[in-house]
Write a protein that binds this ligand. Structure first.
Ligand SMILES: NC(=O)c1ccc[n+]([C@@H]2O[C@H](COP(=O)([O-])OP(=O)(O)OC[C@H]3O[C@@H](n4cnc5c(N)ncnc54)[C@H](O)[C@@H]3O)[C@@H](O)[C@H]2O)c1
Ligand SMILES: [Zn+2]
Ligand SMILES: [Zn+2]
Length: 362
């Protein structure tokens, strides 16, 4: 039986979000209905609301979520009703070239559910953010988007692994392959950059240099494991990183802003043959200009990181275990928990840089 629940809708470009009654159908083959326990407010939700991702309004926002599987459709064997799960952006196919070559985070043949959720008032079909739509009491996803984790973890902490925190930690441990004793610099210390710092600490980095323009962000970065802080409004970050690394530059530099000037800083702040990991997402019109001789001469790797190059079934349970053992403080990313009707104000606080993460709890 289809159910009527509450959901946060972005009705049109730049219009305030509002709570509406939505209709969640029964799960079809390969699908699951998940009762949401917590969902973080991410920058990408704001981009959806502003029409920056697509114009497919109305959107059902929210995608950084944990919840309990309520029901599953035909053929679902990996998860069952009652399982505590973290939702991920895509159910990978396991058969395309990207999957077979061991890069499932580039699987574009996604098996996400055809979500079929609608507005109760008009019957209009909703576009759920990142194929999830979890600012809602319940949502319909592909069973492959659900990863079972230890239910001992707080739901508001677990959900964060579904997006920004995984993107940051994965940029360090998967894409950047940070190793014991490495020097690491992270440019941009919002939720994603701070997670990269936590990932670098986890990997045993010897020095972790946090770079930001906001002193409040540098303080939080320190709590998450930064050993050195650089305010790039006060000093040239490339010079500062070099100075802090014996004149060499960092082994791995992670860029988590998404602007040409910070991409350039990342390029020059690394040691010869070092690795630059690009996590910040630029806009289509941005360009990077570099002397080819520097690109050639400095060697090393320029990599972009997509969803932390993660494999949810491998990485989510591992990171939750580390958190439960006290070796990774995922709780530090939760600035506040809020109710479903607090999303619009949470966007405002995010815009002003006041929070790392606001999380809606149910
Ligand atoms: N690659 C992925 O899979 C992935 C996933 C999620 C988010 N992202 C992207 O990561 C980026 C960061 O996301 P977030 O949620 O942490 O955003 P955020 O707004 O919370 O953080 C951005 C940080 O950058 C700082 N900053 C801004 N300009 C700067 C500059 N010139 N020099 C140094 N620091 C500067 C800000 O003070 C802030 O602390 C965004 O571009 C986002 O779209 C990428
Ligand atoms: Zn695939
Ligand atoms: Zn997100």
């Amino acid at each position: 039986m289809a159910q009527e629940v509450r959901g946060v809708i972005a009705p049109g470009k730049d219009e305030p979000v509002r709570i509406e009654t939505i209709v969640v159908p029964d799960p079809g083959p390969g699908e699951a209905v998940v009762s949401i326990r917590a969902c973080g407010v991410c920058h990408t939700d704001l981009h959806y609301k502003q029409g920056g991702i697509s114009e497919d309004f109305p959107f059902l926002l929210g995608h950084e979520a944990s919840g309990i599987v309520e029901s599953v459709g035909e053929g679902v064997t990996d998860v069952a009703p009652g399982d505590f799960v973290i939702l991920n952006w895509r159910a990978v196919c396991g058969q395309c070239r990207a999957c077979l070559r061991g890069r499932p985070w580039y699987c574009f043949d996604t098996h996400n559910a055809k979500q079929r959720m609608t507005l109760a008032s008009t019957g209009q079909e909703l576009s759920p953010a990142l194929g999830i739509g979890a600012f809602a009491d319940k949502t319909l996803v592909a069973a492959g988007q659900c990863t079972k984790v230890d239910p001992a973890v707080a739901p508001e902490v677990a959900g964060l692994l579904g997006c920004g925190v995984m993107a940051g930690i994965g940029a360090a441990i998967n894409t950047g392959n940070v190793g014991r004793g490495d020097t690491v610099a992270v440019i941009g210390c919002g939720g994603v950059g701070d997670a990269a710092i936590a990932g670098a600490r986890l990997a045993g980095a010897a020095k972790i240099i946090a770079v930001d323009i906001d002193p409040r962000k540098l303080e939080t970065a320190k709590k998450l494991g930064a050993t050195h802080l650089v305010n790039s409004r006060e000093s040239d970050p490339v010079e500062a990183v070099r100075e802090m690394t014996g004149g060499f530059g960092a082994d791995v530099v992670i860029e988590a802003v998404g602007r040409p000037e910070t991409y350039t800083q990342a390029f020059y702040a690394r040691d010869l043959a070092g690795t630059v990991v690009l996590v910040g997402v630029p806009t289509p019109e941005m360009k990077l200009e570099l002397p080819l001789l520097d690109v050639f001469g400095r060697g090393g790797a320029l990599k972009s990181s997509w969803y932390g190059d993660c494999l949810p079934s491998r990485d989510f349970p591992m990171l939750i275990d580390l958190h439960l053992q006290g070796r990774l403080d995922l709780g530090a990313f939760v600035t506040e928990t809020i109710a479903l009707d607090g999303v619009e104000e949470a966007f405002e606080r995010m815009h002003h840089g006041d929070v790392l993460r606001s999380v809606v709890t149910f």
